[in-house]
Design a protein around this ligand. Structure first.
Ligand SMILES: O=C(O)c1ccc[n+]([C@@H]2O[C@H](COP(=O)([O-])O)[C@@H](O)[C@H]2O)c1
Ligand SMILES: Cc1cc2nc[nH]c2cc1C
Length: 344
């Protein structure tokens, strides 16, 4: 996995501001859509944005920490929803159809032997170890997880996709993501642990205690993303981190989804400190640690619907905004043609 992020083009950003200012509307009239268009221009290095070939990479993995009763959901849902996504009956399955986005499901670490050939088999192990008592995975497995995501993203780009979305399915993974963010940012678990797939107050107190105990029992090098990933991570989270790095290298916009994708991006930030410049945030997740994670990445979410689904579903909901940007740039009348100049 080589790490050589494409430079963000300030020229393309400046040209995009100019192009937006010349559209038949008040200056800054398109508000946040304009900021999004400028960011996309910087990533792609052109004002001639290409946003029509989209692919969501949904990475799937199981988590040993579920033995500690930290989730509301049975573990087998990871495997079930992986198949359901391919049948287009999950949230991302429906939304990816609706918004013209290809969807790939990649098994990086599900505790199930799939016989469905539509699942991309990149299984490293049948789930992580319980990180309360052991390392979640070895350093070598952590590197493999990064490589899986890196390769899958590069493959999707090679196939002609000009926008990548990342998502996941992994029962128990909000525990892992919280521990990753706490370890990476040197924060107590209480600042990042949340309700995940909607646990009760009682279970929430227990989950918090489990994650804090796990962190207290480990010595994690907060500057080393492989150490963090191997001690408390998840295979699908590592893969998402690899996908983020590949997209940044290629200058292809990658849309983050919710909390799990933030944890992957915080790992990617250890490799590429300005990674927030290279990725697009979609929504602001319902999960507790959202604010602190997005702040650390220097990212502002574009919308907040209090989503807590994951799968890439929130990222897909940003796609109509991309359609809007592409169409407005292409079809709108210009002030120049109208011979309109604004009064100073
Ligand atoms: O994307 C989010 O922000 C998000 C927030 C809460 C839960 N989830 C989803 O719920 C699952 C993890 O929840 P849990 O309680 O099992 O840790 C996992 O499959 C995620 O996709 C996702
Ligand atoms: C049904 C269900 C679907 C999910 N998708 C992502 N996480 C999930 C958790 C549950 C419970």
């Amino acid at each position: 996995m080589n790490i050589s992020p494409n430079l963000i083009s300030q020229t393309a950003q400046k040209d995009m501001r100019q192009r937006l200012n010349d559209l038949a509307k008040p200056v800054d009239g398109l508000g946040h859509l304009e900021a999004l268009a400028v960011k996309l221009a910087g990533i792609e290095g052109t004002t001639d944005l290409k946003l029509d070939q989209r692919c969501c990479l949904q990475f799937a993995g199981d988590h040993g920490i579920v033995e500690e009763d930290v989730s509301a959901t049975p573990k087998r849902v990871t495997a079930q929803q992986s198949i359901n996504s391919l049948d287009h009956t999950t949230t991302i399955g429906v939304l990816s159809d609706l918004f013209h986005c290809d969807l790939k499901v990649i098994d990086v670490g599900v505790d199930h032997q799939f016989s469905d050939p539509r699942i991309i088999d990149a299984k490293i192990a049948p789930g992580t170890n319980n990180f309360l008592h052991q390392s979640a995975m070895t350093r070598s497995q952590a590197k493999q997880a990064l490589q899986v995501g890196f390769d899958q993203a590069n493959q999707a780009i090679k196939e002609g996709n000009n926008v990548l979305l990342i998502g996941e399915i992994g029962i128990g993974n909000t525990s892992s993501a919280s521990a990753i963010i706490a370890a990476a940012l040197n924060l107590p678990a209480s600042e990042v642990v949340g309700r995940g797939s909607n646990i009760s107050d009682q279970k929430m107190a227990h989950k918090l205690a489990v994650i804090q105990e796990a962190l207290d029992n480990k010595t994690i090098d907060s500057s080393d993303p492989i150490d963090i990933l191997s001690q408390v991570g998840g295979y699908e989270i590592g893969a998402m981190c690899g996908a983020i790095i590949a997209a940044a290298n290629a200058g292809v916009p990658l849309v983050l989804d919710g909390f799990l994708t933030y944890s992957a991006c915080i790992l990617a930030q250890k490799f590429i400190p300005d990674i927030g410049e290279h990725v697009i945030a979609s929504h602001s997740s319902h999960e507790n640690g959202t604010k602190v994670a997005l702040k650390s990445l220097g990212l502002k979410a574009n919308f907040n619907l209090d989503l807590a689904v994951g799968e890439g579903s929130g990222a897909a909901l940003l796609l109509p905004w991309f359609d809007a940007i592409e169409n407005l740039l292409e079809k709108m009348m210009t002030l120049q043609k109208m011979q309109v100049a604004f009064a100073k």
